[in-house]
Design a protein around this ligand. Structure first.
Ligand SMILES: *[C@@H]1O[C@H](CO)[C@@H](O)[C@H](O)[C@H]1NC(C)=O
Length: 437
C-alpha cells in the first residue's frame, strides 16, 4: 500500500519534470526563430536559382530593398508625433470611460480596429500601414459620417419597477436611448488633449535627458561598490554563488543585487509632478514610461544604422546588436508592456558578457556590450533634444487640421440639424408612462 503511494508520487513528479522541460524546450526553440522570420522565402528561392555571378548583385539589391523597406517602416513606428496621437486618443478614451460613455469608446475601437484602448500600455498601437502619419486618424474622423447608437434599457417588466419577478401577465418593456456620435467633435477634443500632452512632453523630455545622463555614472559607481564588496568577501563563497547563477539566472538573486544602475527617471518625473500647480493629464506616468521606451527604441535603431554605415569597422557590433535586439523586440518593445522596460533592456545589455566573433575575413572581432550601451545612451540624449524641437511645433501642426475642422462644423452643421428634426421622433418621447411624470 505504502509502496504504491510512493510509486504514484514519484510518477507524478517525473511527469511534472518532463512537462516542464518540454515546455522550456519549446520556448527556447521558438525564440531564435524570430529573427529569421524577417527574411522572405521569395528571396531565398530566387538567389539559389540564379547564376553565381549574378547572385551577388541580386543579393545586394534585395538586401538593400529589404533594408530600405524596414527603414521606412521603422521611421513610422518610432515617430514621436505618431505616438503622441496614439496617447492623445488613449487619454481621451480614458476620460470617456471616466464619464461613463462606453458607446463612443466602442465606436472608436471598432472604427480604428484597436482593442483595450483604455488600458493598453505600449507603443505602435495602430495599424501603421493604414495610418502612416500623425494626422491620418484625425483626418479620417473629419470624413466619418455622424453616427448614433440606440441603447435599450429595460423599463418595466419582471423584477423591475417593483413588480414581482414571477408575475406571468406582465409584458416586458424597454426604453431606447439615442446616443449621438459626432466624429468631427471627437477629433476636435482629441486635438486639445494632444496639445496638453505635448506641453507635458516638453518637460518630460528634459527630465528623461537628465535621468539618462546619470545612468552611466550610476553604473560605474555601482560596479565599483560591487567590486569592493567582492574583494572583502571570501572567494569560496563567490564561486558558490556563480554556480547558483548558472542554474537559475536571476531567480536566486534578490532585486537589489540585480540592479546595475539606479532607475531615476520615474522618480524624477514624480517629483516634478508634485511641485506643479496645475493638474497633469491622466496617464501621465504611463505616457512618460512609454516615451522613454520609444526613445530607447529609436536610439537603438539609429545606433544600428550608424554601425551599418561604418562598414567593416563595426561589422561585428552591428551583427551582434541586431541579433540581440531582434531576439528581444517582442518582449521589450512591441505590444503591451510592463513599466520600466527601457531600463530592463539596457540592464540586460549591460549584463551581457563581452565576447569575440570570427568575421568572414577570418579576423577576430570583439563585442563589447558596455561600449554599445554607451552608444545607445549617448544617442538617447541626442534624440531627446531632437524630439523636443519636434514636439514644440505641435500647436502649429494643428492649425491646418483645426481650420478644416471648423469649416466642416460650419458647413455641415445646419443641414444635419434640419435632417435630424424631420426624422421620426425616437421612442423615448413616445413613451408616456412612468419615469417622466
Ligand atoms: C493594416 O492595414 C493594411 C492596409 O489596410 C491591411 O492590409 C493589413 O491587413 C492591416 N494589418 C492588420 C494587422 O490588421
Amino acid at each position: 500500500m505504502r509502496a504504491n503511494h510512493h510509486f504514484v508520487a514519484w510518477a507524478t513528479l517525473l511527469i511534472l519534470i518532463i512537462s516542464t522541460v518540454l515546455r522550456h524546450r519549446n520556448v527556447h526553440a521558438f525564440v531564435p526563430s524570430l529573427p529569421s522570420c524577417s527574411f522572405s522565402p521569395l528571396h531565398v528561392s530566387r538567389s539559389s536559382s540564379s547564376s553565381n555571378s549574378g547572385r551577388r548583385n541580386h543579393d545586394d539589391e534585395d538586401e538593400e530593398q529589404r533594408y530600405q523597406a524596414a527603414l521606412a517602416h521603422n521611421k513610422i513606428r518610432t515617430d514621436v508625433k505618431n505616438f503622441l496621437t496614439q496617447r492623445a486618443i488613449q487619454s481621451f478614451i480614458f476620460l470617456l470611460v471616466q464619464c461613463r460613455d462606453p458607446h463612443t469608446v466602442r465606436w472608436m475601437e471598432n472604427t480604428y480596429e484597436f482593442r483595450n484602448m483604455e488600458s493598453y500600455h505600449g507603443t505602435g498601437a495602430f495599424n501603421l500601414t493604414k495610418w502612416k502619419t500623425w494626422d491620418s486618424i484625425l483626418d479620417d474622423m473629419l470624413h466619418q459620417p455622424k453616427d448614433c447608437v440606440i441603447v435599450q434599457a429595460k423599463r418595466r417588466g419582471k423584477g423591475h419597477g417593483g413588480w414581482s419577478a414571477n408575475n406571468p401577465y406582465l409584458e416586458e418593456r424597454f426604453v431606447e436611448f439615442r446616443i449621438d456620435i459626432d466624429p468631427v467633435s471627437l477629433a476636435s477634443r482629441i486635438l486639445s488633449v494632444r496639445e496638453q500632452i505635448a506641453r507635458e512632453w516638453m518637460e518630460d523630455l528634459v527630465t528623461l535627458r537628465t535621468a539618462n545622463d546619470q545612468i552611466l555614472d550610476s553604473y560605474y559607481d555601482m560596479g565599483r561598490a560591487a567590486r569592493e564588496d567582492e574583494s572583502s568577501s571570501s572567494s569560496s563563497k563567490d564561486s558558490e554563488e556563480n554556480v547558483e547563477q548558472l542554474v537559475t539566472p536571476y531567480s536566486g538573486i534578490d532585486e537589489k543585487q540585480r540592479r546595475v544602475f539606479d532607475r531615476n527617471a520615474m522618480l524624477m518625473l514624480t517629483s516634478t509632478m508634485i511641485f506643479k500647480a496645475f493638474a497633469s493629464s491622466p496617464q501621465r506616468q504611463g505616457n512618460f514610461d512609454l516615451l522613454y521606451l520609444l526613445l530607447t527604441q529609436e536610439s537603438l535603431h539609429r545606433v544600428l544604422r550608424e554601425y551599418r554605415e561604418s562598414g567593416d569597422e563595426r561589422e561585428v557590433s552591428y551583427e551582434w546588436l541586431k541579433g540581440f535586439y531582434l531576439a528581444r523586440v517582442g518582449s521589450f518593445f512591441d505590444g503591451h508592456q510592463d513599466y520600466g522596460r527601457a531600463d530592463d533592456f539596457l540592464e540586460e545589455l549591460l549584463l551581457a558578457p563581452p565576447s569575440t566573433k570570427e568575421l568572414s575575413s577570418s579576423r577576430i572581432g570583439l563585442i563589447d556590450p558596455l561600449r554599445i550601451a554607451e552608444d545607445i545612451i549617448t544617442m538617447r540624449s541626442v534624440v531627446a533634444e531632437e524630439w523636443k524641437t519636434e514636439i514644440a511645433s505641435v500647436p502649429e501642426d494643428h492649425m491646418g487640421l483645426r481650420k478644416k475642422l471648423l469649416s466642416k462644423q460650419m458647413g455641415s452643421y445646419d443641414p444635419l440639424v434640419e435632417q435630424e428634426s424631420s426624422t421620426p421622433r425616437s421612442s423615448l418621447e413616445d413613451e408616456n408612462d412612468g419615469v417622466f411624470q
